[in-house]
Design a protein around this ligand. Structure first.
Ligand SMILES: [Cu+2]
Length: 313
């Protein structure tokens, strides 16, 4: 039924999507056949059995058991068949593969954020390798959303305070659209994301270099994004107040006193070292509690943070 599927349905980017389409197409033609039959009989019978001569009566039927059984039992068998066909496909589509790549998805008004097994993140763009099982683990920070990938014919509610899972294996490389399919407020209609089904090489590059917007975003903006997204803001303020760690305000170029009594000028390499190897030089008056971000931030993100700190004068 390949040609029929291509003719009737939009791109199906997974085996599951093809199965959904087959069932849909079968149901469609079945209903069309019944529709034609019923309309045909509705027109035919009044014409055929119209009283043609005054005084001539049809013999009095009460019912026809065989006919009634036929029109009850045949449709019953058909709909039960459709149920099990659909139920079977649905259950199959929700079976989790053991070696699936787990991606965490966080929905908020009106954004989709993704976090990958290696800690990398992306926003509004989900990258997965082609032909590899993927398991999304989704939650919402505010209201009910729904993660809908039409090309995969799959969808799930995303519920605040709960994790839901969505397994899939995309088989067609390229860019597919993701929608929010649950009305969630003013920005609902713009709550998109792109699903990038990558070749293995593209996926590796993505993990190494980050999403496209990391390469194109102005450095200061990327730094601000990283500051908010990577959790720096839970320990570093930008308004000069002391928190878990020193504030980033007026940090650039300052001479910083270290725990061991020496001092250091805050420049590019010092910031870089502080991010990748925070315990190498510990600022006086603070505990060495900062985790290393080695491997978690892309080079361009670190450059961004440096530029961002420079901008906080
Ligand atoms: Cu939404």
């Amino acid at each position: 039924m390949n040609w029929l599927r291509d003719w009737m349905m939009p791109l199906a980017a997974s085996e599951h999507a093809k199965k959904v389409d087959d069932l849909y197409i079968f149901t469609f033609w079945l209903m069309l056949a019944f529709f034609i039959l019923i309309v045909y009989l509705t027109v035919l019978f009044p014409l055929k059995y119209k009283r043609k001569k005054e005084g001539v009566m049809t013999i009095n039927f009460s019912h026809n058991l065989a006919l009634e059984l036929a029109w009850s039992v045949i449709p019953l068998i058909l709909v039960i068949g459709l149920f099990f066909w659909g139920f079977n496909d649905y259950v199959e589509s929700r079976v989790h593969q053991n070696d699936a790549i787990e991606v965490h998805v966080t929905a908020n008004k009106w954004n989709w954020a993704f976090e990958y097994p290696d800690g990398s993140r992306s926003i509004k763009a989900l990258h997965v390798p082609v032909n590899k099982p993927v398991r999304l683990i989704l939650t919402s920070e505010d209201v009910l959303h729904a993660f809908f990938i039409p090309a995969l014919r799959t969808k799930t509610d995303v519920i605040p305070g709960r994790y839901v899972e969505l397994p899939f294996t995309a088989t067609v490389a390229g860019k597919h659209q993701v929608f929010c399919a649950e009305y969630c407020g003013r920005g609902h209609s713009g709550m998109f994301a792109e699903l990038y089904v990558d070749t293995p090489e593209q996926y590796e590059t993505f993990l190494k270099e980050g999403p496209e917007e990391f390469k194109t975003m102005p450095l200061v903006e990327l730094g601000k994004f990283t500051y908010n997204e990577a959790g720096c803001k839970s320990c570093h303020t930008i308004d000069g107040t002391k928190s878990e760690g020193p504030s980033f305000k007026n940090l650039w170029g300052k001479s910083e006193k270290l725990r061991d009594g020496s001092s250091v000028t805050v420049d590019e390499s010092y910031i870089r070292e502080s991010i990748l190897n925070p315990t190498a030089k510990v600022v006086a008056g603070y505990e060495p509690v900062m985790p290393s971000f080695q491997g978690l931030l892309r080079d361009r993100q670190i450059l961004g943070v440096i530029e961002y700190i420079k901008s906080l004068k």
